[in-house]
Design a protein around this ligand. Structure first.
Ligand code: MIG
Length: 763
């Protein structure tokens, strides 16, 4: 489509190419990140903020009819038709454009499709008419990871997906092509190489990871720019860091958000919420957050409170606060059409709502009845919506849950030609659809930052690449089925590889009735997932921890308590994650990408580098085939040491979730609390697993942004030859630990600690 390559012009790190029928450019962002671009430069990125370009030496030369752009690490060949081939600096091919014939599937005729559809089948009508496609050759050893929030298994090879934020209430099974989020980023792992591609285009896009053919994979879009980033690295962690370097690192969350969250659609009255809180404390289920679903609102009107069931919300929230509960409220973007309702009136007066191409305000139906949709792409609307959060923070709300922001309606997708705004440009729904939830989350984040001041806690259902800068996410309406517990592991792992570190599923399952066994196995998984919330739909059997009697409650409590014990470990992972851009939850392949045994390992995951979790995800199973990578590991429950590099069977009766700790690990732990901050922690407690390793532990106020001004303590712990040294290497926070308590091999040693370097022999 571009024709012959005619000439080029180098402008610093941007190289412009002129082809017979068009132009394109290669931009050297860093030595290992290259942008490939052709199109309309006025379309700005919705994922990348600021200029990410680092100074890098690059050159252009002619080689066999192509031009080659070289950086310290890469050689990028540009040829006729804007073919782009990536090599490393040793001339090993990493990723080449495909030049052979396509093997497109013949499409079934439309009459037959119509009949199938009539019978109730969801038909596959993707006929592959895309504005452009980037087709890359496959060698045969590729596996693919990432792609944000997708169904199915960890490795995406042989599957095709679409990026179009979709509220799909039917079960999310592995052929479903799109869920609520669109993160057009994937990692290709080959035998000796790994790289990532981020396709920075918000329009509906398509990813075929070798499903159409074994010879190639492709990504494509209906519209927008040819605009992708090639991210090279020596390891898969380099690639993830490269991607989050571009799209942003997640700010450290408030510490309490790492606790347990209890939710239900809905807790409908003050009496019910107070009783729930009481019950949680009576049953000693540690818990930090209660979520209020749509029924707290007056007639589902966003930024209102139903006074008939919640007479004085402020008092309720303040009383709950005294018991350690933080309240998170849901908000929906759809604003009820009702004269006299201030949110509607203000939006109407100022032209804040989306319109039809004819210029009329567009309406659809959602929970409040007839609604209008804020045009978040307009900066005044974003500010207006962020200011609206004050209504919630003034009452004492501590976190905001953004729902229905695909945007969703009761009548399916909104038409693609509706008029939306992007900055100051008028544009359409087709371009802004995939970032609607992103912009809503950004507005929520900014509002909370301004009016609450602490690190904002936002949960969103829909988003685009780079959302980690503003929000956490949950995977929407899963079902209480074993298949969804099984899928939760690869789903959250791939979201994590796609930059979203603070993610979770509805524990117990949202739609349909859970079972006692499913709830237990889900909490055993959920307590290790970053966002730990039990949530269920209004027509389902209750699934609060005590819903199935004493045995279930006891096991449930054991795992919530385990999470609370490990909160400092999670916190450290988020703290170091803000610097490294690496996620908390990791598929094994991220750390052991050379190990063939983990490329398709779907039922285990790591938390950081130290913990390996092997949850039971099958009804009735009481043992599990566990694979541990090479090296020494310890069984968390028995402390037995095991040599990895093999699979073995672990007994896993209903109260047991197999957990392993890597030798040389140091896990900071907390004493049991009902909620984060209940007790003053004056002891640095370390659970040590002999071997060699280093660990960084962080301590700060757990809620403000002052860590960014250096108000934190950082401890470097080094474990070698049965010797542990603990040293405060950054001393910026005034509250210190007074004691150091070390657990190892069944022994416990407690000694006074005054922040000085301490060395202890563990014997
Ligand atoms: O149309 O607010 O995914 O978590 O409980 C359903 C009610 C709207 C969908 C969310 C779910 C929430 C529910 N919401």
């Amino acid at each position: 489509m571009f024709g012959n390559l005619l000439s080029y012009e180098k402008d610093g790190q941007v190289i412009h190419f002129q082809f017979a029928k068009g132009s394109g450019q290669i931009e050297v962002i860093t030595n290992t990140i290259i942008r490939v671009f052709s199109g309309d430069e006025t379309i700005h990125s919705q994922a990348i903020e600021g200029d990410k370009r680092q100074e890098a030496v690059c050159s252009v030369s002619h080689v066999n009819g192509s031009l080659v752009v070289r950086t310290k690490s890469l050689a990028v060949y540009i040829s006729d038709d804007f073919k782009v081939d990536f090599y490393d600096n040793q001339n090993h091919s990493l990723c080449l454009d495909y030049r052979g014939v396509r093997h497109q599937r013949t499409v079934v005729n439309t009459e037959e499709l119509a009949l199938m559809e009539k019978e109730g089948h969801a038909v596959n009508s993707n006929v592959g008419i895309h504005k452009f496609e980037v087709v890359k050759a496959m060698d045969g050893d590729e596996s693919f990871y990432g792609l944000g929030d997708k169904t199915g298994f960890l490795n995406k090879r042989h599957y095709a997906y679409e990026m179009w934020n979709t509220d799909n209430p039917s079960p999310h099974v592995d052929w479903v092509k799109a869920l609520y989020k669109s993160i057009p980023f994937f990692i290709t792992l080959k035998k000796n190489y790994v790289y990532g591609i981020f396709f920075d285009n918000t329009y509906k896009s398509y990813f075929d990871m070798g499903k159409e053919s074994e010879d190639y994979f492709y990504f494509a879009s209906d519209n927008g720019n040819l605009n992708y980033y090639f991210i090279a690295g020596d390891t898969m962690t380099d690639v993830v860091s490269g991607y989050t370097y571009l799209t942003g690192h997640m700010p450290v969350p408030q510490e309490w958000t790492l606790g347990y969250h209890q939710s239900r659609w809905s807790y409908k009255s003050e009496t019910e919420v107070r009783a729930l809180a009481q019950k949680i404390r009576d049953e000693h289920i540690p818990c930090d957050a209660i979520h209020m679903d749509i029924d707290y609102m007056d007639s589902f009107k966003v930024f209102t409170w139903d006074k008939s069931h919640f007479n004085k919300p402020q008092n309720m929230l303040s009383d709950l606060g005294k018991e350690g509960f933080k309240v998170v409220t849901i908000i929906d973007p759809g604003v009820k059409v009702e004269k006299g309702y201030s949110v509607y009136d203000e939006g109407l007066e100022n032209g804040y709502f989306i319109t039809t191409p004819e210029g009329n305000i567009y309406t659809n139906t959602v929970w409040p009845g007839e609604v209008v949709y804020p045009d978040f792409g307009k900066s005044e609307v974003l500010t207006w919506w962020s200011d609206k959060q004050k209504f919630l923070t003034d009452l004492g709300v501590r976190g905001v849950w953004d729902d229905m922001n695909e945007p969703s309606s009761f009548n399916g997708d909104l038409p693609q030609n509706l008029i939306f705004t992007d900055g100051n440009q008028k544009t359409d729904h087709a371009r802004m659809h995939n970032v609607y939830g992103q912009l809503m989350s950004k507005a929520t984040y900014e509002g909370l930052k301004k009016y609450d001041g602490r690190r904002p806690f936002v949960i969103t259902r829909a988003c685009f690449a780079g959302a980690q800068k503003y929000t956490t996410a949950w995977t929407g309406d899963n079902h209480s089925i074993w298949a969804h517990l099984q899928m939760a592991i690869p789903q959250l792992c791939n979201l994590s590889l796609s930059g979203m570190s603070f993610v979770g599923t509805d524990v117990g399952g949202f739609v349909c009735d859970t079972t006692p066994e499913l709830l237990i196995r889900w909490v055993q998984f959920g307590c290790f997932s970053p966002l730990f919330r039990n949530h269920s739909a209004m027509d389902c059997i209750r699934q609060e921890p005590w819903s199935f009697g004493e045995e279930v409650l006891g096991i449930y409590r054991k795992y919530v308590q385990l999470r609370y014990k490990l909160i400092p470990y999670y916190y450290d992972l988020f703290f170091s994650g803000e610097k490294t851009g690496l996620p908390v939850m990791r598929p094994l392949v991220l750390q052991y990408s050379q190990d063939e045994n983990v490329k398709n390992l779907n039922d285990e995951f790591l938390v950081g580098e130290s913990l390996l979790i092997a949850p039971i995800v099958e009804q009735g199973a009481v043992r599990k085939l566990v694979y541990l990578p090479k090296g020494t590991w310890y069984d968390y429950w028995t402390r037995d040491s095991i040599e990895g590099g093999c699979a073995f069977v672990r007994e896993a009766p209903i109260d047991t979730c197999p957990v392993y700790v890597k030798a040389g690990s140091i896990l900071p732990t907390w004493p049991m609390q009902d909620y984060v901050g209940q007790k003053k922690i004056d002891t640095l407690e370390l659970d040590v697993y002999l071997g060699n390793g280093i660990y960084h532990h962080f301590q700060d106020d757990g809620e403000s942004f002052s860590y960014r001004d250096g108000v934190y303590n950082e401890y470097l712990c080094t474990l070698a030859n049965q010797k542990l040294t603990v040293e405060c290497i950054h001393n910026g926070y005034f509250l210190y630990y007074e004691w150091l308590c070390i657990h190892f091999e069944g022994k416990t040693v407690t000694i006074p600690f005054n922040q000085e370097k301490i060395e202890i022999t563990l014997s």
